[in-house]
Design a protein around this ligand. Structure first.
Ligand SMILES: *[C@@H]1O[C@H](CO)[C@@H](O)[C@H](O)[C@H]1NC(C)=O
Ligand SMILES: *[C@@H]1O[C@H](CO)[C@@H](O)[C@H](O)[C@H]1NC(C)=O
Length: 354
C-alpha cells in the first residue's frame, strides 16, 4: 500500500511539473555552429560554476558537488587563491575536450548589490598597453594583471603545454571572473603566442572602449559572451549610444539567451548576435535589471556556495601541495595524472580571507 501511494505521488508530481507552463525547448536561431557551440557552452558554464567552490580540497581533487556532470574527469594542474584581493582561479586539462581549461571566479563581495552599483561609475582610466586608443577599466585589468593570478596561470599553462603539446586553451568565467577571463585570453594571445584560444564568458560586464573591442575581436576572434535574458551586469558600465567614441563598448560576440512565450509555453531561445559587440536586437533590446538572471546560466548556479565572503577550507594533506607567499596568497600545484590524493576528512585547515 505504501508503495502505491508513492507511485501516485510520483505521477502527480510529474503531471504538476508539466502543467506549470514551462517547457525546456532549446532553439538556436540560424546556423552559427562555426561561431557558437551550445554543447561547449553547457560544459564551460559548469567550470565557471565549480570555481566558486570554497572547499579547496574538493576542488583540487575534483570531487566537489559541482565537479561532476559534464566536467567529470577534469584534472587540475594549478589552483590559485589570491587572498589579498579575494580572487580565485584554476587551470587544468579536460581530456574529453582535449583542451586546457582556465576558469576564474566572480566577485565574492559581501553584497552583490553594492558591487553592481559600483559598476555604474567605473571610468575608462587605463590605456591598454600596446594598443592605439584602447582604454580599459584599471580594476578589471589589475585583477588579472597585477595579482598572483597571472603568474600562476601562465606557469600552469606552460607546464600543461609541456605535457600535452599545443592543445586548445579555453578560458571562462562568470561576472567579474568573465572580465578576468577576457583579459587572460588576450594576454595569452598577445604576450605568449598562444594560437588556439577560445574565450567564453557568462554575464560579463563591459571592460573597455570601442578601440579596445575592435582590437580584441581581431586578436581573439573566438570570443563568446553569453548573456542570460535580463541579466543586469552585462549592461554595465553603461554604453552611451550618443558618445560611441568615449563610451564602454563590448567586444563581439554576444549570444543572448531569452524566452519566447507562446500560449503559456516558454521556449528557451539562443540568439547569436552580430559582429559589432553591441547588437541592438540582442540583450540591448530589453530593459535589463535582473540580478537573479545573473546568477543562473543554462540552469547552472553561478555563485558561491558558502555564506560570507572569501572563506576557504583545506585538508592538511592537500595543503602539502600548496605554496603560500608572504601576503598569504595560495597556489596549489600538481602534476596531472598522478594518483588521486587520499583524504583524511577530519581535521581540516580552515581560513577566512581578509
Ligand atoms: C561542439 O563542442 C563539442 C564539445 O567540445 C564538440 O564535441 C563538438 O564537435 C563541437 N561541435 C562543433 C560543430 O564544433
Ligand atoms: C600592483 O600590485 C602591487 C602589489 O600588490 C601594488 O603595490 C601596486 O599598487 C599595484 N599597482 C596598481 C596600479 O594597483
Amino acid at each position: 500500500m505504501g508503495k502505491s501511494c508513492w507511485l501516485m505521488l510520483a505521477i502527480f508530481t510529474y503531471l504538476l511539473s508539466f502543467s506549470s507552463g514551462r517547457e525546456l525547448n532549446v532553439k538556436v536561431k540560424g546556423d552559427h555552429s562555426s561561431i557558437y557551440n551550445h554543447t561547449l557552452a553547457a560544459v564551460l558554464v559548469e567550470y565557471a560554476s565549480a570555481v566558486y567552490m570554497s572547499d579547496l580540497t574538493e576542488l583540487f581533487t575534483w570531487t566537489c558537488p559541482r565537479c561532476d556532470g559534464l566536467t567529470k574527469g577534469f584534472e587540475i594542474i594549478e589552483l590559485v587563491v589570491d587572498v589579498q584581493h579575494c580572487l580565485q582561479g584554476f587551470v587544468g586539462v579536460a581530456k574529453d575536450l582535449n583542451a586546457i581549461v582556465i576558469a576564474f571566479r566572480g566577485t565574492q563581495e559581501h553584497s552583490i548589490m553594492n558591487w553592481i552599483e559600483d559598476l555604474y561609475w567605473k571610468q575608462l582610466d587605463l590605456k591598454y598597453p600596446g594598443m592605439d586608443n584602447a582604454m580599459v577599466h584599471h580594476g578589471f585589468y589589475y585583477a588579472y594583471h597585477n595579482t598572483t593570478i597571472r603568474p600562476a596561470v601562465l606557469n600552469a599553462v606552460k607546464r600543461a603545454k609541456k605535457l600535452y603539446g599545443d592543445i586548445p586553451i579555453m578560458v571562462t568565467g562568470h561576472s567579474m571572473g568573465g572580465a578576468m577571463a577576457a583579459f587572460c585570453g588576450l594576454d595569452l594571445k598577445v604576450n605568449h603566442e598562444a594560437q588556439n584560444i577560445q574565450v567564453m564568458t557568462f554575464g560579463q560586464p563591459r571592460i573597455g572602449n570601442a578601440a579596445f573591442a575592435s582590437c580584441y575581436s581581431k586578436l581573439v576572434p573566438n570570443a563568446i559572451r553569453v548573456i542570460n535574458d535580463h541579466d543586469i551586469v552585462p549592461h554595465l558600465p553603461p554604453y552611451y549610444h550618443y558618445f560611441p567614441q568615449k563610451t564602454y563598448h563590448h567586444f563581439p560576440r554576444e549570444v543572448w539567451l531569452y524566452n519566447i512565450e507562446l500560449e503559456s509555453l516558454i521556449y528557451k531561445t539562443e540568439k547569436v548576435c552580430d559582429g559589432t559587440g553591441e547588437d541592438p536586437s540582442c540583450s540591448r533590446s530589453v530593459t535589463a535589471t535582473s540580478i537573479s538572471d545573473h546568477l543562473v546560466y543554462y540552469g547552472i548556479e553561478l555563485m558561491s556556495n558558502a555564506p560570507g565572503t572569501c572563506r576557504f577550507w583545506m585538508d592538511p594533506q592537500v595543503a602539502l601541495y600548496s605554496r603560500m607567499d608572504l601576503s598569504g596568497n595560495l597556489v596549489l600545484s600538481r602534476v596531472p595524472a598522478t594518483p588521486v590524493i587520499r583524504l583524511n576528512t577530519e581535521s581540516d585547515v580552515g581560513g577566512k580571507l581578509s
